[in-house]
Write a protein that binds this ligand. Structure first.
Ligand code: UFG
Length: 330
């Protein structure tokens, strides 16, 4: 029996596939390659190019393959884009998941682990954020992920299907092999953008807002290594294999860093002065997001390995130095 990874050519999906294969699992990848990269597909995984909104396609995969569980990363995930083009997010994230669930129910596939996000919480009322805290997204992306969680919840009540939803905080870093890493076009995330400066691709990093109520006025985030996220997916599959009930877990390091602190660590790691310039706030950015991941540690036995930001940024730096243009040839 195999694990089907939807979006397995993307950033977090490809890192999860590498960990699954290292562990000896059979892996099948489905990706439409809209934002994923064929170069990120592990050579030992079976690959189908296709879209989860295509019912005939997804049915054909379940008919040809013996799928034990699904890990679902296939979604659009840019907050800014989701505000400009909300219906794209409803279509891919929500309608895609509806088609997927219909096909899973029809084929009696009863386990799914799913990428959710800290964006489901919106502006938090208290820190660290617990899974039981209120969810009130401030952007379409977070809203569609929350709606996907609800779709799983109600489907699991009506059908023989259990799910684990993993709410990631700020995913970053790259695989230890140096073969895969973060490659978004356009890039919007802080760490890869900072590293474009020492890589000679950008003059300076912009700091979006210095007037937040935080220790140095810049936004605080909880940065978590992509390999630690990948491990949590494997633990979540094991959790469902043992017959446990559907559940939701936060995934973060539980430590917050300001934008200025992240830039300082990148200066140390790269030995480059990395000039920074103040810019206005970016719309929709909460001041502070820090996870409580105690539940994932207790229930799943998750134990993040990359707890130092220096180590996380070093792994990202190795990848970006060797792949300044992502997966494209230099
Ligand atoms: N930032 C800058 N300059 C930049 C880019 C980012 O100052 O050039 C700041 C942002 O304003 C934010 C922090 O750096 O305060 C982190 O920004 P990212 O874009 O790297 O990440 P976000 O926190 O915005 O987004 C992440 C995930 C989303 C998720 C969101 C939850 O990438 O998928 O957390 O709020 F939705």
């Amino acid at each position: 029996m195999a694990i089907l990874v939807l979006g397995g050519a993307g950033y977090i999906g490809s890192h999860t596939v590498y960990e699954l294969i290292e562990r000896g699992e059979d892996v099948i990848i489905v990706d439409n390659l809209e934002t994923g990269h064929i170069e990120a597909v592990h050579e030992k995984a079976k690959f189908y190019k296709g879209d989860i909104r295509d019912r005939a396609f997804i049915d054909s995969v379940f008919e040809k393959e013996e799928v034990e569980a699904v890990i679902h990363f296939a979604a659009n995930s840019l907050v800014g884009e989701s505000m400009i083009n909300p219906l794209k997010y409803y279509d891919n994230n929500l309608c895609g998941t509806k088609v997927l669930l219909e096909s899973m129910v029809a084929h009696h596939i009863d386990k799914i682990v799913f990428s959710s996000t800290a964006a489901t919480y919106g502006e938090p009322k208290s820190i660290p954020i617990l899974e039981t805290d209120a969810t009130d997204p401030t952007n379409t992306y977070g809203e569609t992920k929350l709606s996907m969680e609800k779709m799983f919840k109600w489907t699991s009540k009506a059908h023989d299907l259990r799910y684990v939803s993993l709410r990631y905080f700020n995913a970053c870093g790259a695989h230890k092999s140096g073969v895969i890493g973060e490659a978004h076009a356009p890039e919007t995330h802080l760490i890869p953008l900072i590293l474009q400066v020492p890589n000679g691709q950008r003059e300076a990093i912009s700091i979006f807002g210095e007037d937040y109520e935080t220790k140095d006025g810049t936004c605080v985030r909880d940065y978590i290594h992509v390999t630690d996220l990948a491990q949590a997916h494997i633990l979540a599959v094991d959790y469902l294999r043992k017959g446990n009930e559907s559940n939701i877990f936060n995934l973060g390091n539980g430590v917050g860093f300001t934008v200025k602190e992240v830039i300082d660590v990148a200066r140390e790691v790269t030995g480059h002065p990395i000039p920074a310039k103040a810019e206005p706030r970016r719309a929709g950015d909460p001041a502070k997001l820090i996870a409580s991941s105690e539940k994932a540690k207790e229930v799943l036995g998750w134990n993040p390995e990359y707890t130092s930001l220096e180590e996380i940024i070093s792994s990202a730096w190795r990848w970006h130095q060797n792949h300044p243009n992502g997966f494209k040839q230099a």
